[in-house]
Design a binder for this molecule. Structure first.
Ligand code: SF4
Length: 317
C-alpha cells in the first residue's frame, strides 16, 4: 500500500458520509476548487459535484470558471483534457489508478508507427484517448460529433480513427467516409451482446432501446436511438415514452432516474459497470483537496498540440 493510500484509509475510519460531505465542501471553498463528476460516477459523488456530464463538457465548464483547482471525478484521460484546457489550474484526479482500458489500447508509440504506415491519412482521435495520442492527431472528436467531424474530411481521403473500433464503424457508416479503425474497444460497452439486448427487449417489449455508439454494430442495429451519454439523457427528457432499456454504463441510471421520476429504466445488461469509474470515493476526494494530490499535468509541447486537435474539432462543431 502506498503512503498516500494509508492516509486515505485512516481518513475513511474517521468520517461518516455526512461529515465527509461537509468537510469536502469546506475544503472546496478553502482551495477555491470545483468538483466535476462524469455521469458514470457513483451517485453520492454526482451529488456533490458542481458539474456533471460527459468528459469534454466538464473540462469546458471548468475552463470557464475562476476556480484555482479542478477535482476531476472520472478517469485519467478526462483529467488530462481538463489540464489541456486549463493549464493555469491545478487538476486533481482523486484516484490516480483510475485509467481507461480503451485509451490504454492505443499507446502513443504504436499510434506513431501506424501514422508512418498511412502518411496520407487524416487522424481523428476520440476524446477517450491519452493527451499524447491527441497530440499526434489532426482532429479530436466526441461520440456526439464524430460523424460531423468525419464529414468535413474529403471523401477521397483515408481516415485513421482511434482508439474505438465500434465508434469508428458507426462513424464510417453514417459519414460515408473511408475509415481505418484502430482495434481498440471499451471493455464495458463491448461486453453488451445482441443476445443480451434481445433478452432485455423480450422482458420489456414496450421499452425503447437507447445505446452508446461504443457498443458493437450488431447491438446498435437493434437500437431505437444511438447517442452519447448527454444524447441519451436529452433523448429521455424530450420523449414521452415511459420505459427505456439503456445500453451504456450503469452510472447513467442515477441522473436518468433523478430527472425522470415518472419513467422506468432497465439495463440492457447488468454487466455494464466500469470498475475504473468506481475507484473514486468521497474519502479520496477529501484527501485530494487537503493535500492537492494526485495532480495530473500534461507537458507543454503535448498540451499545445492536443489543444490544436481539440480546437479544430470545436471549430467544426
Ligand atoms: S466506460 Fe469504457 S471508455 Fe469509459 S472509462 Fe470505462 S473503459 Fe474507458
Amino acid at each position: 500500500m502506498f503512503k498516500w493510500e494509508e492516509k486515505v484509509v485512516k481518513t475513511i475510519e474517521k468520517h461518516t458520509q455526512k461529515d465527509l460531505v461537509k468537510e469536502i465542501l469546506l475544503w472546496k471553498k478553502k482551495r477555491e476548487a470545483i468538483i466535476l463528476a462524469h455521469v458514470y460516477q457513483p451517485g453520492e459523488i454526482q451529488d456533490i459535484a458542481d458539474f456533471t456530464g460527459d468528459s469534454l463538457f466538464l473540462s469546458q465548464q471548468a475552463a470557464q470558471t475562476n476556480a484555482k483547482v479542478i477535482v476531476f471525478c472520472g478517469v485519467h484521460f478526462m483529467a488530462e483534457t481538463a489540464a489541456i484546457l486549463s493549464p493555469e489550474k491545478i487538476v486533481l484526479l482523486p484516484e490516480v489508478k483510475a485509467g481507461c482500458p480503451m485509451a490504454d489500447m492505443a499507446p502513443a508509440e504504436k499510434v506513431k508507427s501506424k501514422i508512418k504506415e498511412l502518411p496520407k491519412a487524416v487522424v481523428i482521435s476520440y476524446v477517450n484517448s491519452s493527451a499524447a495520442v491527441k497530440s499526434l492527431s489532426d482532429y479530436c472528436c466526441t461520440s456526439a460529433n464524430a460523424v460531423q467531424v468525419a464529414q468535413t474530411i474529403p471523401v477521397e481521403k483515408d481516415i485513421l480513427f482511434l482508439p474505438d473500433m465500434n465508434l469508428a464503424n458507426f462513424t464510417a457508416k453514417r459519414s460515408k467516409r473511408k475509415i481505418v479503425p484502430w482495434p481498440g474497444f471499451c471493455s464495458v460497452h463491448h461486453l453488451l451482446t445482441r443476445d443480451d439486448v434481445i433478452k432485455a427487449k423480450k422482458l420489456h417489449p414496450q421499452a425503447l432501446l437507447l445505446v452508446h455508439p461504443e457498443c458493437r454494430p450488431e447491438v446498435c442495429d437493434l437500437a431505437d436511438y444511438i447517442g452519447s451519454t448527454r444524447g441519451i439523457i436529452n433523448f429521455v427528457s424530450n420523449n414521452p415514452t415511459k420505459e427505456y432499456i439503456i445500453g451504456t454504463e450503469l452510472g447513467i441510471f442515477y441522473p436518468l432516474k433523478k430527472n425522470n421520476p415518472d419513467k422506468q429504466f432497465f439495463p440492457a445488461s447488468e454487466k455494464m459497470i466500469c470498475q475504473n469509474m468506481k475507484l473514486i470515493t468521497l474519502e479520496k476526494i477529501l484527501y485530494s483537496l487537503k493535500n492537492l494530490e494526485p495532480r495530473i499535468t500534461v507537458p507543454e509541447d503535448i498540451r499545445k498540440k492536443s489543444l490544436k486537435a481539440l480546437n479544430r474539432m470545436l471549430e467544426i462543431t
